[in-house]
Design a protein around this ligand. Structure first.
Ligand code: NAD
Ligand code: UDP
Length: 311
């Protein structure tokens, strides 16, 4: 049994990770300021003596004796991370410094939840970990993209300079239960709109593509990565290589939910990446990992979840 800190533990991915870790018998501290997280996501863990929640903003230092840290604190949906871009950059950068400082003091192993956004609007396709990316440093997405890139830099420097044991994962678009109905990302938006028979809002022409990963596959990859030898730091891509256009996704959601919704087209946000697909050769080799849940199955779970959720 390990003592494990999950920052951002009340968010979409964090809540699934906390559940998995508690179920495996570990002692889990969930650190969250509830900016985009929700107590509903972790209510099934409340009262479990292996689980603690601490309301805390990672831009301030925090101390606890732990063996492992998963650093997930950061809003991930463009509408939320652009709401207060300065706080987003501070969360990524100061949050990384505070969590790395803690890892160094207590000799914990620490994982950074980085993102496919470090590749920006990629010119290389699909994206291997060796690709340095194509990122606008001064745009509306930069608070997130550059914040996450700087966090990766800090992780590598704490590793090289102070021997901190680090793991960096680059997560590609992930969806599943515990996304909030107002999260703003495309899968939850479309499912909620379809179930309410509202118009599905495609930004731009819908020809841009993404590769969608179901959350259970990601959690499995994260646990396997944390358990690799100390000399393997990553970065490593975790995503589902099956790529869909946003228009295909919208049509699929309407068909699968039996919705009467129509599709409407809205302006494309600034710097919206045109394509994204992970090269997961490294994850297959190092973790023996590949996604097992394809989009149709994942969408069925998502539709059931939001049917039961009081939107
Ligand atoms: P989310 O917004 O649901 O969760 C983020 C959590 O962090 C929330 O609970 C929020 O309240 C908390 N948080 C935000 N700022 C904080 C702060 N200053 N102090 C403490 N807590 C704070 O997003 P998610 O999809 O669960 O993403 C989790 C992590 O994974 C993020 O770091 C995100 O960048 C990364 N990621 C997610 C995806 C994806 O597709 N879901 C893709 C790439 C990377
Ligand atoms: N998108 C869309 N309609 C929505 C929400 C998003 O067409 O209601 C588009 C968005 O412009 C982008 C893609 O879907 O091209 C994925 O957006 P999301 O915010 O989920 O993730 P990210 O852009 O960070 O990959």
């Amino acid at each position: 049994m390990k003592r494990i800190l999950v920052s951002g533990g009340a968010g979409f991915i964090g809540s699934h990770l906390c559940t998995r870790l508690v179920n495996e018998g570990h002692d889990v501290i969930c650190l969250d300021n509830f900016f985009t997280g929700s107590k509903d996501n972790i209510k099934h863990l409340m009262g479990n003596h292996h689980f603690e929640v601490v309301r805390h903003d990672v831009t301030y230092p925090y101390s606890a004796e732990v063996d492992e840290i998963y650093n997930l604190a950061c809003p991930a949906s463009p509408i939320h991370y652009q709401h207060d871009p300065i706080q987003t950059a501070k969360t990524s950068v100061m949050g990384a410094i505070n969590m790395l400082g803690l890892a160094m003091r207590v000799n914990a192993k620490i994982m950074q939840a980085s993102t496919s956004e470090v590749y920006g609007d990629p010119i290389v396709h699909p994206q291997p970990e060796t690709y340095w990316g194509n990122v606008n440093p001064i745009g509306f997405r930069s608070c997130y993209d550059e914040g996450k890139r700087c966090a990766e830099t800090l992780f590598m420097d704490y590793h090289r300079q102070n021997n901190v044991r680090i793991k960096i994962i680059r997560i590609f678009n992930t969806y599943g239960p515990h996304m909030l109905p107002n999260d703003g990302r495309v899968v939850s938006n479309f499912v909620v709109q379809a179930l309410q028979n509202n118009d599905l809002t495609i930004y731009g022409s819908g020809e841009q593509s993404r590769s969608f990963q179901y959350v259970d596959d990601l959690i499995e990859g994260m646990i396997r990565m944390m358990d690799t030898d100390d000399d393997f730091t990553g970065p490593i891509n975790l995503g589902n290589p099956n790529e869909f256009s946003i228009l295909e996704l919208a049509e699929k959601v309407i068909a699968m939910s039996g919705s009467k919704s129509k599709i409407v087209f809205k302006p494309l946000p600034h710097d919206d990446p045109k394509q994204r697909q992970p090269d997961i050769t490294l994850a297959k080799e190092k973790l023996g990992w590949a996604p097992t849940i394809e989009l149709d199955e994942g969408l069925r779970h998502m539709i059931e979840y939001f049917k039961d959720y009081k939107i």
